[in-house]
Design a protein around this ligand. Structure first.
Ligand SMILES: Cc1cc2nc3c(=O)[nH]c(=O)nc-3n(C[C@H](O)[C@H](O)[C@H](O)COP(=O)(O)OP(=O)(O)OC[C@H]3O[C@@H](n4cnc5c(N)ncnc54)[C@H](O)[C@@H]3O)c2cc1C
Length: 235
């Protein structure tokens, strides 16, 4: 096993949904790197904790966001394709995804515990009643099995992987590496944690947010205060 593989394996993973994961593979920077990047404008480095924290809060409260770009997170994500489609809209990041052209897909589909109904256009949902929930879940599971059986049949009969996959549902799990700087990560968390974002991607955003808080506690505190709560800067 080489160093990169060992590092990847050693990082703990957090389970999300029924078969998804978030794993932080690498991290560079931190709160100190934000302050250091900002102070280079004045030819200075770190001073003391209190002044450094105040500077960091000032930066975020007043839209000086480039110093946050020097902190970078690299994640391994496993999520359903319908979540990945929303995720990949966040362009200010780097992605490398498992290939369905070169790899045989695994029989891993997202099956929600609880189905929901939606009230017209107002983002209000209600749980599908228990008996119907179970009946519909059985039908979804049967549909997944039939789709995967057809996928295997197409492969067995010599159809190329890149074509055979067209019969697989959007709930199929995919995996990708996601490298994103702190500025862009805050944009992702802000948009994907809020209540209008779909439940499934919100579960991932919650885990990403917890990792962000652990790695950059000052920045996270400022993010909650000025970006999420919308407080104004005051001396
Ligand atoms: C609740 C919700 C519902 C959504 N519904 C839809 C939908 O129905 N249909 C749909 O298509 N999308 C939808 N989206 C996706 C949304 O439009 C954005 O594509 C996605 O949230 C990524 O945001 P972003 O562009 O800020 O992020 P990034 O792509 O990471 O960009 C980060 C920032 O960089 C700057 N930037 C990036 N690219 C450009 C550019 N080309 N020009 C100028 N500035 C740029 C912007 O300041 C941007 O905020 C939805 C998103 C959410 C959260």
């Amino acid at each position: 096993m080489n160093d990169v593989e060992r590092k990847t394996v050693e990082q703990p993973e957090t389970r999300v949904l029924d078969q998804g994961i978030v794993r932080l593979i690498d991290f560079m920077g931190g709160d100190a790197a934000v302050v250091q990047s900002a102070r280079v404008s004045f030819g200075k480095g770190m001073t003391d904790d209190e002044r450094d924290k105040k500077l960091l809060f000032f930066l975020l409260a007043n839209g000086h966001e480039t110093p946050f770009e020097h902190s970078v997170f690299k994640f391994h994500i496993k999520c359903p394709i319908f979540v990945a489609r929303q995720w990949f809209r966040h362009r200010m990041a780097s992605y490398n995804e498992i290939s369905g052209r070169y790899t045989e897909m695994k029989e891993e589909f997202c099956l929600p515990e609880q189905l929901r109904t939606q009230k017209a256009r107002n983002y209000k949902y209600e749980e599908v009643e228990q008996a119907l929930n179970e009946e519909l879940k059985r039908k979804i599971a049967a549909h997944y099995s039939a789709s995967f059986a057809l996928y295997q049949e197409l492969l067995d009969k010599g159809v190329a992987k890149e074509q055979a996959r067209i019969v697989l549902p959007l709930s199929l799990y995919t995996q990708f590496y996601w490298t994103i700087n702190c500025r862009s990560l805050m944009n992702f968390v802000r948009l994907r944690l809020e209540e209008h974002a779909q439940y499934e991607i919100r579960q991932y955003a919650r885990v990403i947010d917890a990792i962000f808080r652990e790695k950059m506690p000052w920045t996270h505190e400022a993010f909650e205060k000025y970006v999420i709560a919308g407080e104004q800067w005051c001396e």
